[in-house]
Design a protein around this ligand. Sequence first.
Ligand SMILES: Cc1ncc(C[n+]2csc(CCOP(=O)(O)OP(=O)(O)O)c2C)c(N)n1
Length: 685
Amino acid sequence: MSAKASPTAAVAPAERREQPVASTAIAHASMANAIRALAMDAVEQAKSGHPGMPMGMADVATVLFTRFLKFDPADPIWPDRDRFVLSAGHGSMLIYALLYLTGYEAMTIEQIKRFRQLDSITAGHPEFGHAPGIETTTGPLGQGLANAVGMAIAERHLAAEFGDGIVNHRTYVIASDGDLMEGISQEAIALAGHLKLNKLIVLFDDNGISIDGAIALADSVDQVKRFEAAGWNASRIDGHDPAAINAALEKALTSNRPVLIACKTKIGFGAPTKQGSEKSHGSPLGAEEIAGARKALGWSAAPFEVPADILKAWRAAGTHAKDALTDWNKRINELDRSKRAEFDRRIKGDLPKQALAGAIRALKEKLAAQPKEIATRNASELALETLVPVLPEMIGGSADLTGSNNTRIKNQKAISAADFSGSFIHYGVREHGMAAVMNGMALHGGIIPYSGTFLVFSDYCRPAIRLAALMEKRVIHVMTHDSIGLGEDGPTHQPVEHLAALRAIPNLLVFRPCDAVETAECWQLALETKNRPSMLALTRQTVPQFRNRFDADNICAQGAYEIAGPDGRAEVSIFATGSEVAVAVAGARLLAERGIAARVVSVPCFELFLGQKEDYRRAIIGDARVKIGVEAAVRQGWDAIIGSDGLFVGMTSFGASAPYKELYKKFAITAEAVAHAALTKLGKM
Ligand SMILES: Cc1ncc(C[n+]2csc(CCOP(=O)(O)OP(=O)(O)O)c2C)c(N)n1
């Protein structure tokens, strides 16, 4: 197959249809077989991995990558490239083979040979950041599909601002039965259908097999009907017929809705005894089976060898979008200078530093002049009112709790199918989908997503938050109603273990600001931390403002600091977060009445505090005889600050349904309880 015979990936649909429908069947088969052989060989060498899916989807992937996908291995982060998401991440050898074959420099044959080995870029499941060309980390089924919805939203939003000449690409997904069985897929496809994301194309590996055996063991959903019901165009094709794959993709290019193409395939295609069986899903095929597959496929090359003519054809496929890239570069160079600078800034993820600093400073000055006794969720809204206008990359949202989360500021336009220029998303009651869609927007680039839901429902978002942390992406979650302080909704809605559970996620910043000033500072920190997701845990109930003096510095950046203290030495140190800083301050006052000097340390962010230099940590923890932690949540994690012999005033059970002030009394999270604990320890009770 010559490079010329392959239609360019970047041409417009009408032009593309002029191109030959397919290269010769033999050439296609040889190219697809190169993927199959590499997958078999790499899994065999690693003695672990999943050969079945790459072998089954090799035909689909070959048509997609040689004829449709707009990408340039020499410029893997070209902003207007099509995004390709391998949602079925266990089939990682499919993407590694494609990256090698199409000519991504980093993906050498040595890397393929070192599949799943320490320090290789070919990890068990594709990991964002390990190799150029991997758009997201996949493996937990369903996540990639939902990420793709976020990428497709990001594309439409940026196109609405910068124009189709600058932003005009598609998002392609390969998804498996497992992806579609996961609940998150329903949230994602429903949102995609609702928003009519017509440049999102999902290729479903409809092989009827999962780990336990036939899908029929556990599922009888008609996926085509399901997607149609969600507002997609959906069809079924033979996933081993290149002409049918080509035709379906051609049709998809003109769709006015997102597109599902259910590709009937045979898992482990070519394996003589394991094809079509779960036996090819997740273990090496074995030498004998591989020999049989080579014979059946007519592949005589040695392991890890791709015949020169086939490799050449693949490398040519990797150059298809060169003209499109040249044209795009021309267009972007013709952009108005300030628009160009803005586009570059957004894509790089750089902040408008001065504007951001100015907005936070103005807010803090205002709060110093006129202190506000408000809930921290309202303080967050105040912060957003100053931030959203100066940070157009912020796209907010809520999972149907907009009025409770205070994440939508006045006049903030919502994104809709008819108009993507807004900066707020009504995610519907879809927390998991929301968190994964946000990851997709952050991965796409040009956007800083922030969300809204109740902290207790962070459990519903957790798998996606974990991946944002793993991928080092700036995704900001606003989670309100952060304790028993929410009151009457009761224990179903009162987070108790959630702060501890979230603090357990590596690389996630969990902020729990105590007042309006800390809330502004925590927002600033979340925005300025490019490589970590953040969680802002905010109150429903009103809290006093403690920081009444204007500080130009961001004091919360240290994670913990003394917010109130005696002039001299303290006998008691009280550490608290969020709404319980008020309890701690009142407790210190009671102790003062008894002649005992106590200091209060506000701990808006454990992670930032524990990351400080030892001197600072020591100084803040101090050497008072009594250390007390106060947080309306479980103790887990607090020993790092108060020590295992520290006292803790918090929750040891689920909450209850009642007005919140009564709950604080019932669960003994009060100034009296703090003072009592200290006095007992000091032997003064
Ligand atoms: C959330 C999640 N649960 C479980 C798994 C483990 N797992 C990996 S693949 C798979 C199912 C395989 O079936 P399918 O998705 O149809 O892939 P195929 O067998 O076609 O390769 C499972 C359960 C996972 N990766 N993610």
